[in-house]
Design a protein around this ligand. Structure first.
Ligand code: ZN
Length: 409
C-alpha cells in the first residue's frame, strides 16, 4: 500500500548513509552501502546493508533500540560472500510502540579485540496499514482514515477544546509536536497494542512520544466520543510533559483520574456505576488502584468512575495547585499511601474515607475508629457490638427485600 513511501525512506537513507559512511568509517577501511530498513507493521522490520571492508573483520552485529530505550537488541549478523547482511526483527508481539522511531547501527569486532561502530540510522515504525489523512495546526496534528475532511476538522476542534479544558488545570506545553491517530474501530486499534493488553481500551497515549491513539466509531455519537477521548489522552501527554519520566510513578487512579477530569463529555455511566457500587456491590479500595486497573472490563470501568470522582474531590478540596503538587510528589517516587500525607497531611486511606463520606454518603464511623486510641476502640467495641448485631439483622432483612433490584446487572 505504501511501497512508494517505503522506497523513498530507503533511498534517502541509503544516500545519506553513503555520505556518512565514507566520513565515519572510510579511514578505518570499512564502508557500508545500501543501508536501509523496511517493515510490515505488526510483523517484522527488515534491516539490510552491504559491507565493504579492506581490513579483516571478526564479526558484525546489529544494535537496535527504540526511542524510549525500553528495548535494546544486539544480534550477530551473517555476512554473505558479496558483503550483504540482513536482519529480521520480529514485531508480532508488538514489543515496539507504534509510531516510535527505531534507531540502529552496526558494530564491527576486529581481530585485535577492538570494536568499531557505525553511525546511527533511523526509521519510524508508523502504523501504515491505513491511508491516513492529516490536518494540522501548529504543533498539533490529527490523522484519520475513516471520514471526510469535516471529521478531521471536528477532531482538531476536539483537540482545541481539550487543551482549553486542560489549561484550566495547568499550563500547556506545546513546544513538542502532538500527533493524534484516530482509529475507526477497536479492532484496528487493538492491532497496535501489546498482545494480552486491555481489551477495553478505547484510547491509548504514549506520552513520551507525544502520540495519542483513539477509537472514534463514526456515527451519531462521534462528536461526543471525540470530545471525551481526545481531551483524556491529551491530558496524559500534558501531565507527562510537566512531570517528565517520573510520570510513570503516578498511581493509576491519579493518572486516569486527572485524564477523566478534562473530558468535555464524561461518560454518563460513571455516576450510575459509582452509585451502584457504593450502594451494593462494593467499591474497589483505592490502594488496589495504585499500580494498575483491573483487567476485567466492568471492574475497569468502575475504576475509572472512582478515580474520576476521587480526583474531582481532591481538586474541589485542594485546587489545581494541590493536585499538581500531589502529582509532582508521586513523580518523585513517594509511595501511593504516603503521597497524600506528604502533600495534604492526610493518608490515602483517610482521604478515601472522607471522599466516600462526603461524595458517596457512605458511613465512615467504623473506619474512623481506627484512628482513635486503642482504649477508646475497646470501649466503643464493647458498646457497639450489640448494636452491630441488631443492624446486621435488619440489613439481612433489608437485602432480602431489595434483592430483586440487582437482578440482571
Ligand atoms: Zn487514560
Amino acid at each position: 500500500m505504501n511501497t512508494g513511501k517505503r522506497l523513498l525512506i530507503f533511498v534517502v537513507m541509503a544516500v545519506s548513509t553513503l555520505f556518512n559512511a565514507r566520513q565515519a568509517q572510510g579511514q578505518a577501511g570499512i564502508e557500508l552501502e545500501n543501508v536501509g530498513a523496511s517493515y510490515r507493521f505488526g510483523e517484522q522490520i527488515t534491516f539490510i546493508a552491504t559491507i565493504k571492508s579492506s581490513i579483516p573483520i571478526q564479526n558484525v552485529s546489529i544494535i537496535i533500540s527504540d526511542e524510549s530505550q525500553s528495548i535494546t537488541r544486539v544480534e550477530p549478523l551473517n555476512v554473505q560472500a558479496d558483503g550483504r547482511m540482513e536482519f529480521r526483527f520480529d514485531t508480532r508481539q508488538n514489543v515496539l510502540r507504534p509510531f516510535t522511531t527505531v534507531k540502529w547501527n552496526y558494530q564491527f569486532a576486529l581481530p585485535d579485540g577492538s570494536t568499531l561502530q557505525s553511525e546511527s540510522f533511523f526509521i519510524r515504525y508508523a502504523d501504515d496499514r491505513f491511508n491516513w489523512q492529516t490536518l494540522e495546526s501548529g504543533t498539533l496534528r490529527v490523522n484519520w482514515y475513516h471520514g471526510d475532511s469535516g471529521f478531521g476538522q471536528a477532531a482538531l476542534d476536539a483537540v482545541q477544546s481539550g487543551l482549553g479544558s486542560i489549561s484550566r488545570l495547568m499550563t500547556l506545553d506545546l513546544t513538542q509536536p502532538i500527533e493524534i491517530f484516530i482509529y475507526a474501530n477497536a479492532e484496528d486499534l487493538r492491532g497496535t497494542l501489546v498482545i494480552g493488553g486491555e481489551d477495553w481500551a478505547a484510547g491509548h497515549a504514549n506520552p513520551a512520544l507525544g502520540v495519542v491513539m483513539v477509537v472514534i466509531e463514526p456515527g451519531a455519537e462521534q462528536s461526543i466520543t471525540l470530545e471525551q477521548r481526545i481531551p483524556h489522552e491529551l491530558m496524559h501527554v500534558m501531565l507527562y510533559r510537566r512531570l517528565g519520566a517520573g510520570y510513570k510513578n503516578l498511581p493509576a487512579w491519579l493518572r486516569e483520574g486527572t485524564a477523566t477530569l478534562v473530558e468535555i463529555y464524561p461518560n454518563a455511566d460513571y455516576d450510575r456505576v459509582l452509585a451502584d457500587a457504593a450502594a451494593g456491590r462494593g467499591l474497589i479500595p483505592l490502594k488496589d488502584l495504585c499500580v494498575s486497573f483491573p483487567a476485567d472490563a466492568g471492574q475497569a470501568f468502575l475504576a475509572y468512575a472512582e478515580s474520576r470522582s476521587f480526583v474531582t474531590y481532591l481538586h474541589d478540596t485542594y485546587g489545581s495547585a494541590g493536585l499538581l503538587n500531589l502529582a509532582a510528589s508521586y513523580a518523585d517516587g513517594v509511595d501511593c499511601e504516603r503521597g497524600t500525607e506528604r502533600v495534604f497531611g492526610v493518608s490515602l486511606s483517610n482521604l478515601e474515607t472522607k471522599w466516600r463520606s462526603s461524595v458517596l454518603g457512605q458511613n465512615t464511623f467504623l473506619p474512623a475508629l481506627q484512628n482513635i486510641s486503642p482504649y477508646f476502640v475497646l470501649l466503643c467495641l464493647v458498646l457497639i457490638i450489640p448494636l452491630i448485631g441488631i443492624v446486621s439483622t435488619l440489613r439481612k432483612k433489608g437485602s432480602q427485600n431489595g434483592s430483586e433490584t440487582y437482578v440482571g446487572r
